[in-house]
Design a protein around this ligand. Sequence first.
Ligand SMILES: [Zn+2]
Length: 128
Amino acid sequence: MSTVSRRCRVCRKSFEGEPWQHLCWDCWRREKDGGLEQRGYERGLTAGRAEARRAYLRGLAEGRVKEAAAHPATPPIADDLIRDPLWLVHPDHQPPERSGLANRVTATLLTLRESVRRASMKREDGKP
Ligand SMILES: [Zn+2]
């Protein structure tokens, strides 16, 4: 192929080149390097964002594990799970021979109900 006299689209200088060439060597080189630089920058940016996202998710997971360890979950006990047995075992509903047992179980259930209520209030406050 024969070279022809061309005018660079960027710097407007004349140069000898192929008919399909639109840039002088210097401008072509600058543009190519700039493109490489831009692609490198974009690759770095993408990698940086991916690393930041991984670090964020790692931190989130670690935070949740620490939070769970600091506040062991006490499964909430529904009020009726204590109220119904209380009604069943209450000493007033038992024959005299079971009075001792009925008193002990009732006292235990009342203590349990109180601690469940306190735990429930702490959960609502968001305090440990
Ligand atoms: Zn040029």
